[in-house]
Design a protein around this ligand. Structure first.
Ligand SMILES: [Zn+2]
Length: 340
């Protein structure tokens, strides 16, 4: 997932750092919650029955209780038409938030400025994360495709950017002309009147933005599994969008990121539900990303290795508050889309 933080920063090309603004909220998280869920189906990809979605959510419920001690229930799943959903986006949001931040990944080459924008935003994400630099390098190192020598957040962001641009070219077959693959479009749904806590989709979300990017997304080459974003109309003032694509797609390009594993339907749903708990952690508790702490559900899945990641989870070894990124309100989730 990617979180947008309100930061006051100066970008540097070297290894210097500047301070960020902290604007956490102080409310006590609930011990139970009832969540509104919608399913948005893209007819071009493998669809889901209600029973499958319920199996996924049951897995989220179990994992959320085990890791966070929260008791979740879900309202009846509502089905929404994907075109109708994106037609809700206001032209002002498209003009001021989406279009300026989109990067056309259909083309072969990217401009120097585009690459620098991506690097700057990766650097911003690295600096906002409270893990040690060594923990971040440990998480990323074996997946980096770059000659860049990594010695600080600046050079790590260059290595991540190199990796992202190298990989994203192989995903063109999943990109649609309707732009349903674009992360910015999903992110901007928080600007509509939709009030779902969780929006599940079967569509791939694969893109590169000239705005805030996270390390694990870059290492995957721009593949997003889920994100928790701002939405003033929901109970937690956030919403989650969640793609099941990476659990079910068995093309070799995607499978390679999954340790070349193929999951049964049942395992794919269970793993997707376990990983959706990660977004519950962002949505309800505002946890961050304890990179390399493999017992934590908040440690993002490296590439798409869902099975390996889930086997390492251990809530006893990752208590709430046990590390800076596992503190309640470790991060803020605030508005990104254009507001005047
Ligand atoms: Zn996350």
């Amino acid at each position: 997932m990617r979180l947008f933080l309100t930061l006051i920063v100066t970008f540097f090309l070297g290894c210097s750092e500047s301070k960020k603004e902290n604007t956490s909220n102080n409310s006590t998280p609930p011990q139970k919650a009832t969540l509104k869920v919608a399913y948005v189906e893209n007819p071009n990809f493998r669809s889901h029955t209600d029973n499958e979605l319920l199996q996924l959510l049951e897995s989220t419920k179990k994992t959320s209780r085990e890791h966070f001690g929260i008791s979740l229930t879900f309202e009846k799943i509502e089905h929404l038409n994907i075109k109708d959903v994106f037609d809700l986006l206001d032209s002002t949001v498209i003009e001021h938030y989406i279009t300026p931040n989109m990067l056309n990944i259909h083309k072969e080459d990217f401009t120097h400025q585009e690459i620098m924008d991506v690097q700057d935003n990766l650097r911003l994400a690295l600096r906002s994360n409270k893990n040690s630099f060594d923990a971040k390098v440990k998480y990323a190192q074996k997946y980096i495709i770059s000659d860049q020598n990594v010695s600080c957040n600046g050079s790590l962001s260059k290595a991540l950017s190199d990796t992202m641009f190298a990989k994203v070219k192989s995903y063109k077959k999943y990109l649609s002309k309707d732009q349903y693959n674009e992360w910015l479009y999903w992110s901007a749904l928080g600007s509509t009147q939709l009030n779902y806590d969780i929006i599940i989709t079967n569509t791939p979300i694969i893109s590169v933005e000239k705005t805030f990017l996270d390390m694990h997304t870059a290492l995957r080459g721009g593949i997003t599994v889920g994100t928790t974003e701002y939405n003033p109309h929901t109970q937690f003032k956030t919403f989650v969008f969640w793609s099941t694509f990476a659990f079910f797609e068995n093309d070799s390009v995607i499978k390679q990121l999954r340790n070349s594993e193929t999951y049964t339907t049942s395992e794919a749903l269970e793993l997707s539900g376990i990983y959706l708990t990660h977004e519950i952690g962002h949505m309800v508790f505002h946890f961050g990303h304890p990179f390399s702490q493999t017992s934590c559900v908040m440690n993002p899945v490296p590439l798409l290795k869902f099975r390996e990641w889930s086997h390492a989870l251990n809530p006893q070894q990752c208590q709430i508050g046990s590390s800076p990124e596992m503190q309640i309100n470790a991060v803020n989730i605030e508005t990104n889309f254009y507001e005047d």
